[in-house]
Write a protein that binds this ligand. Structure first.
Ligand code: GTP
Ligand code: MG
Length: 401
């Protein structure tokens, strides 16, 4: 009996030791995991960056995952065309005499009426080839195109043009979304999702891994962010460059760029983030490039003092630099000069462009590696300073009569 007891005991001891060992390995691994938060207002591109991580540093999207985007993409098509049809109605009512511009061609009117009555795009059946043809005809209608030019007044999703130009392909029976389709697909995030990745095979990064969190950016989602605020290495703050002439989906009195400014300022003021780096992705540069020459930056109150000089590519660069400076200023205004621990960087991004995001993450990784090395050096210096101070105290003790 005694021998049996010892055997059970040693088995339990072995199990305890194994658990302890695993916990130690896990704790060591955790030390090398750096926490990154993707934050920013709604539709700034956070989830698109999150999808790019899967494409660039993980396994990408397999066939079943691709298929799971079909209902989202079909809903995007309905939402886009419906928003444009409603826009035509609204503009026609508002414009009075010049309203004919927003009246659909007779052959599209029936379908237009029917779509405009559908309560929610999610409620629609999947897009079939017959409906897709009608959507395509509506999209080509001059009235819809006229409303599209005023898209900033309509809460139109950014995927509108891409999906409506491709609507027949999206409705084919054997349709499987491409990677590009998935990146364009718009689905508002609710809750929190996370993933782990290592951006580089470079030996200098051996063992370093990032844990990235994606959250919903609309106002009612932001109270959930707080649960993630502890121990954050860096915040990737997404700001949509193209939103300067748009209002929020959740509050049509608030300009989106002003909301982004206030959100960034608020985050910078949070005590949790005293030592957290702020990496600002000035996103949707592709849309900004087209918009900046057509819509003056001064459409946004924050950019009132901007004066365009030319109408060519140089102007786009000037406008971008101006916006970038504005963001830097927000950082300076909300960071004590004595706080040299955190860094602030801006990146010009187009989240749907794989090449740009790959290069951006290479730069992000470099910046965070440098920061980590500096931090490690400071820690060593701190330990050395403490131990030499201890030595001085001991020497004083020894010399005391
Ligand atoms: N053209 C273009 N479209 C973009 C870019 N980044 C994002 N989008 C599109 O913008 C839409 C919104 O992007 P999301 O990534 O869903 O935005 P989000 O920040 O996650 O939004 P919430 O989940 O509501 O907080 C999607 O249709 C994207 O395809 C970009 O750089 N260029
Ligand atoms: Mg999202």
């Amino acid at each position: 009996m005694g021998a049996g007891c010892t055997k059970v005991q040693s088995q339990e001891e072995a199990e305890d030791a194994a658990i302890k060992r695993n916990m130690e390995i896990e704790a060591k691994r955790e030390q090398k995991v750096l926490k990154l938060l993707l934050l920013g207002a709604g539709e700034s591109g956070k989830s698109t960056i999150f999808k790019q991580i899967k494409v660039l540093f993980q396994t990408g999207f397999d066939d079943p995952e691709r298929r799971s985007f079909v209902p989202v993409i079909h809903a995007n098509v309905y939402q886009s065309i419906r928003t444009l049809l409603m826009g035509c109605k609204e503009f026609a009512e508002r414009e009075g005499e010049s309203s004919s511009k927003y009246i659909l061609l007779p052959e599209n009117q029936n379908y237009g009426e029917r779509i405009a009555e559908v309560e929610s795009p999610e409620g629609c059946s999947l897009l079939d080839e017959d409906n897709a043809l009608k959507v395509q005809n509506c999209w080509k209608d001059p009235a819809i195109q006229a409303a599209y030019l005023r898209g900033n007044e309509l809460q139109l999703p950014d995927c509108t043009e891409f999906f409506l130009n491709n609507v027949l392909r999206l409705a084919a029976q054997d349709y499987i979304p491409s990677q590009e389709d998935i990146l364009f697909a718009r689905q508002q995030t609710t809750g929190i999702v996370e993933t782990e990745f290592s951006p580089d095979k470079d030996p200098k990064n051996k063992g370093v891994c990032y844990r990235l969190f994606d959250v919903g950016g609309q106002r009612n989602e932001r109270r959930k962010w707080m649960h993630l605020f502890d121990g954050v290495t860096a915040i990737i703050f997404c700001a949509s460059l193209s939103e300067y002439d748009q209002t929020l989906l959740e509050d049509d009195k608030q300009n989106r760029m002003i909301e982004t400014r206030e959100l960034l300022a608020w985050l910078l003021q949070q005590p949790w983030f005293e030592n957290t780096s702020f990496l600002v992705f000035l996103n949707k540069f592709d849309i900004f490039q087209k918009k900046a020459l057509k819509v003056p930056l001064s459409a946004c109150d924050w950019f009132q003092d901007y004066q365009p000089l030319t109408t060519n590519n140089q102007e786009i660069e000037r406008a971008y630099r101006y916006v970038e400076r504005k963001f830097k200023k927000i950082y300076e205004e909300n960071t004590a000069p004595s706080n040299i621990q955190r860094q602030f960087r801006t990146y010009r991004t187009t989240a749907i462009d794989e090449g740009i995001i790959k290069e951006t993450f290479r730069l992000v990784d470099d910046a965070l590696t440098i920061q980590r090395l500096i931090q490690e050096m400071l820690n060593v210096l701190h330990v050395l300073a403490c131990s030499s101070l201890e030595g001085v105290f001991l020497a004083c003790e020894w010399q005391r009569p």
